[in-house]
Design a protein around this ligand. Structure first.
Ligand code: HAX
Length: 439
């Protein structure tokens, strides 16, 4: 057994014992009461899931195993001469629960490079699709085609014990994470560069090699890709992509199927597709105003017009956060160092100066502050990755790190199939009436 796998197993055994203890001594204690409003509004705030890899605080933002993004930028190992964390290190942290050494991260980079080969039939499937297919659809199809390789699905069919599920899910997780950059880069090169593929560079780390295969070899783009892959990886368990991966995995669908399900959710405009929508919205604004450098007054008016048209201002708002997303701030800091004068970056910063007041003044938008998606496209555009329809695929490659680390934990802890109770409106009316009579 590889040593990362061994460490994961030891941690999982210890936590499984803790959970057994919690359930037998405190299993009937309440974590919260569900209101009728919560039942109708997407279960907002209902504490009904357990996810070990990260925890989101409304004011402070995400912490991965207790570490904030600024802390991780400092503490996680970096590539030789690099300035941003290696995302393999974050994966290790989420999986094992401890900060990795540089050797641990280098080991993971090597393991991932060794497993990165994608069978030809996956590319054949992608080649058969119409040229107009959205990159996120292709990404989901690529992962689905790769499902033929699932070790978990094969082992389950042959009949394995429940206590061994985690091991096959772990193997699928590493292989899938290893292969995703290949699939994503193939989609990008096929769609936007006449199918001229770029061979992987086995000397590079996972994110650096991904940048290289996309066709970008600027060291600061490598740095951006490492930062991007780190900050998008996880956002606790209730968001659509994480929750869906967990939910589908709870039926013992293998990691390829579960991750594809998560990615079909990430492809929604209120979730991951918002990174594409932000750039589309800014481009439409610039076109309508006939300038690449709209003034703050012009931007304010455009935001008001967007709201008046019954549309959302993409990149703003969040179901949990109530402050500027630290993932936005990390990207802003990166831009201040690398490209403060880039026109799209300037536009993003001007929007940030005016949007929160306008959104806040509506009185109904609970979080008027920017989220991760408000900034990412501007940085990519600066480096020449201008094909905005591809942005959510980048998000998806990163998100694999978090949701698949969580899936390993789900199976290691033997978590149950997910099956919350639903009610009809008729039954809710009856409950309300019964309570009124009782009081
Ligand atoms: N622009 C306009 N209206 C907004 C808004 C925005 N940016 N954010 C929230 N609202 C509206 C909601 O649509 C809702 O309106 P109705 O009452 O008419 O239905 C109202 O304000 C209250 O919503 P909320 O409670 O503040 O927010 P929700 O938890 O319901 O939704 C969303 C959270 C992220 C979906 C929402 O803020 C939104 O649509 N934002 C724009 C899209 C976006 O940036 N999505 C990415 C989020 C981060 C992420 O997941 N990245 O992957």
């Amino acid at each position: 057994m590889g040593y990362v796998k061994q460490r994961f197993r030891e941690k999982a055994d210890a936590l499984a014992a803790d959970i057994k203890d919690i359930l037998s001594n405190h299993g009937d204690k309440k974590l919260g009461d569900v209101t009728i409003r919560q039942a109708y509004t997407g279960m907002r705030g209902v504490p009904g899931l357990v996810t070990e890899t990260s925890l989101l605080d409304a004011e402070e933002g995400i912490r991965f195993r207790g570490y904030s993004i600024p802390e991780l930028r400092e503490l996680l190992p970096k590539a030789e001469g690099g300035i941003e964390p290696l995302p393999e290190g974050l994966f290790y942290l989420m999986l094992v629960g401890e900060l990795p050494s540089k050797e641990d991260v280098d080991h993971l980079s090597t393991v991932l490079a060794r497993r990165s080969n994608v069978p030809k039939h996956v590319f054949d499937v992608l080649d058969k699709m119409p040229a107009s297919t959205h990159p996120m659809t292709l990404f989901c199809q690529g992962v689905m085609a790769l499902q033929t390789e699932s070790k978990f699905a094969k082992a389950y069919k042959e009949g394995i014990s429940k206590k061994d599920h985690w091991e096959y899910v772990y193997e699928d997780t590493l292989s899938l994470i290893a292969r995703l950059p290949q699939i994503a880069a193939y989609i990008y090169r096929k769609k936007y560069h006449n199918g001229e593929g770029i061979e992987p560079d086995a000397e590079l780390d996972w994110a650096g090699n991904f940048a290289h295969m996309l066709g970008f070899d600027d060291p600061s783009f490598y740095a951006l890709m490492r930062l991007y892959m780190t900050i998008h990886a996880d956002h606790e368990g209730g968001n659509v992509s994480a929750h869906t991966t967990h939910l589908v995995g709870s039926a013992l669908s293998d990691p390829y199927l579960s991750f594809t399900a998560g990615m079909t959710g990430l492809a929604g405009p209120l979730h991951g597709l918002a990174n594409q929508e932000v750039i589309a919205w800014i481009e439409d604004m610039c076109e309508e105003l006939n300038t690449q450098e709209p003034s703050k007054d012009q931007i304010s008016q455009y935001i008001k017009d967007t709201l008046a048209a019954g549309k959302v201002v993409p990149g703003y708002g969040h179901a949990v956060l109530r402050k500027t997303d630290p993932r936005f701030t990390a990207q802003m800091e990166f831009a201040k160092t690398h490209c403060p004068d880039a026109p799209m970056v300037q536009n993003v910063w001007k929007i940030y100066e005016v949007a929160p007041d306008i959104l806040g003044a509506t009185g109904k938008i609970k979080n008027p502050w920017p989220n991760v998606d408000a900034h990412s496209g501007a940085l990519l555009t600066h480096y020449g990755l201008v094909e905005k329809e591809f942005y959510t695929v980048l998000f998806g490659v990163s998100r694999a790190l978090g949701v698949l680390a969580s899936l390993c934990w789900d199976r290691a802890l033997g978590l149950s199939i997910e099956r919350p109770k639903s009610l009809t409106t008729k039954r809710i009316k009856e409950i309300v009436a019964e309570e009124e009579v009782a009081s």
